[in-house]
Ligand binder design. Structure first.
Ligand SMILES: [Zn+2]
Length: 480
């Protein structure tokens, strides 16, 4: 024991340990101080201005061009990859208003056209309410518009259109914590043959219309819409920070607003996080004389959620072993009720080492000025690009199975809080709730017409900062 102490003493005196630790923590501190809130917010604004950025559309191409420019200005030589073709849509413009009675003229606001709705010329229609597929009466619909209190399933949509409905107004009655004055956005079958458009409207507007119809009021609407449904190739943007070995980590986010809405939180916030990390690492290497990292980092903005990551895997099928890990951002722009940073998913054994590192970072920095107030790992939720790299999906893609740690960092998941049992052995010291469970925070604007900066990323910009700091510090520890 005494000998060990002497060795440590000699190492310290000879200067071998302190500079190493000092250099690392100095880089971490420096990284923390370089994260720019203003830049993170501005990037979200710039991306949201491009529209819904759906892969393969003009809006998606414009957003990819913004990402390319930004990465070039940081000193990268980014590549833009055209993914395979898929059927895409863009909602060019629409109009929907209550015509009669006049007193309800301003009732519908923040409505949104469902994905893959066809174009329709302006017309005025009488509105009726339909409760369920069993409640459809051709005579009462009478080639008019129909109000429903749910998103139309394939079956309901077909039955309504078969019965003569020419336009559908849909609201989601079951959500008490979201969509009161704004619309949850739905997507129809991925087809250019859908016969009639669907307008998603807010809960309050939907309920009011239902009441009026229930009291026998004659309600008529006027509407029109212009959409484009054509094949297109999503554009994925990749920038590489070259490492010493021929292996790499992926830091990524989906670049489209998969709901078809403005998508500030989901997922311009994540894209902004990836860009900010790319900028900082490039600058840190320049300013701080950091050597090239042990492994490369590929910063990737997927043109289309799931679709582009799947195509990337197919393209790199023979060299998947080179991917040492995937760190995905999805929704780091708001967390309605907590100030928590989540690292998912701790129920996947191959994620153990990577998530332990994130958990340590979470615990070390929790409560410090400029950092998160809570953090935790959580069980798998699915539904985002990190899952494309896990065995189940690799199997689905029919590529050789490789064990790639693949995690997602976020501050909100769905449209209401969700509490679940914590995975055994994963209670975090940085979690303030019951140690045996974990509650995922939510966004009231999830997949909605008002997922715009003023309600999400401008309201809680600290969330993006936390995401960038946690991933940045973890990468410094992994790669330098
Ligand atoms: Zn998302």
């Amino acid at each position: 024991m005494k000998r060990l102490r002497w060795i440590v003493f000699i190492l310290i005196c000879s200067g071998s340990v302190i500079p190493l630790l000092y250099a690392q923590s100095r880089s971490e501190l420096q990284l923390g101080s370089m994260v720019s809130q203003q830049r993170l917010q501005q990037t979200v604004h710039d991306l949201v201005k491009c529209g819904n950025r759906l892969g393969g559309t003009k809006s998606g191409d414009n957003a990819a061009a913004v990402l390319m420019d930004r990465l070039k200005s940081y000193g990268f030589k980014p590549e833009m990859i055209a993914d395979p073709q898929k059927l895409t849509y863009s909602n060019d413009h629409w109009h929907l208003q209550i015509e009669q009675p006049k007193r309800l003229g301003g009732l519908i606001q923040h409505e949104w056209l469902a994905g893959y709705s066809p174009s329709a010329k302006q017309e005025s229609l009488r509105l009726s309410f339909v409760q369920s597929p069993h409640d459809i009466d051709e005579d009462s619909i009478g080639k008019g518009a129909v109000l429903i209190d749910q998103h139309p399933s394939k079956n309901l949509y077909e039955k309504l259109t078969d019965a003569g409905a020419r336009c559908i107004l849909s609201y989601v009655a079951m959500h008490s914590m979201a969509y009161s004055n704004w619309a949850m956005i739905s997507t129809l079958n991925e087809s250019d043959k859908n016969p009639v458009p669907v307008f998603n409207i807010s809960n309050l507007a939907g309920q009011r219309l239902r009441e009026e119809l229930g009291h026998g009021t004659t309600v008529s609407i006027t509407y029109s819409c212009k959409t484009t449904i054509v094949p297109g190739k999503p554009k994925t943007v990749i920038a590489t920070l070259q490492g010493q070995a021929d292996e790499y980590y992926i830091v990524c986010a989906h670049g489209d607003s998969d709901s078809g809405g403005p998508g500030a939180d989901d997922n311009a916030s994540g894209e902004s996080g990836v860009l900010e990390l790319a900028r900082i690492f490039k600058l840190l290497m320049k300013k701080n004389n950091l050597p090239p990292p042990k492994y490369s980092i590929r910063f990737i903005l997927w043109g289309s959620e799931y679709f582009s990551a799947s195509s990337y895997i197919k393209l790199h099928e023979k060299e998947l072993k080179k991917i040492r890990g995937v760190i995905n951002f999805d929704e780091i722009g708001i967390g309605k009720t907590r100030n928590c940073l989540y690292f998912e998913g701790n129920d996947v054994p191959q994620n153990d080492d990577l998530l332990r590192l994130f958990e340590r970072v979470g615990e070390e920095f929790v409560g410090k000025k400029g950092f998160w107030k809570e953090s935790t790992t959580n069980p798998s939720q699915g539904g985002t690009d990190s899952y494309v790299f896990l065995p189940k999906y690799l199997d689905y893609l029919d590529v050789p199975e490789v064990k790639i740690p693949s995690i997602t960092v976020f501050t909100a998941a769905w449209n209401e809080p969700k509490t679940m049992r914590q995975t055994r052995g994963w209670s975090s010291k940085a979690w303030k709730g019951n140690p045996d469970s974990v509650t995922l925070d939510y966004s009231p604007y999830y997949h909605s017409s008002l997922d715009i900066p003023v309600f999400t990323t401008d309201r809680e910009p600290a969330n993006m900062i936390w995401g960038v700091k946690a991933v940045g510090i973890a990468l410094l520890r992994l790669l330098w």
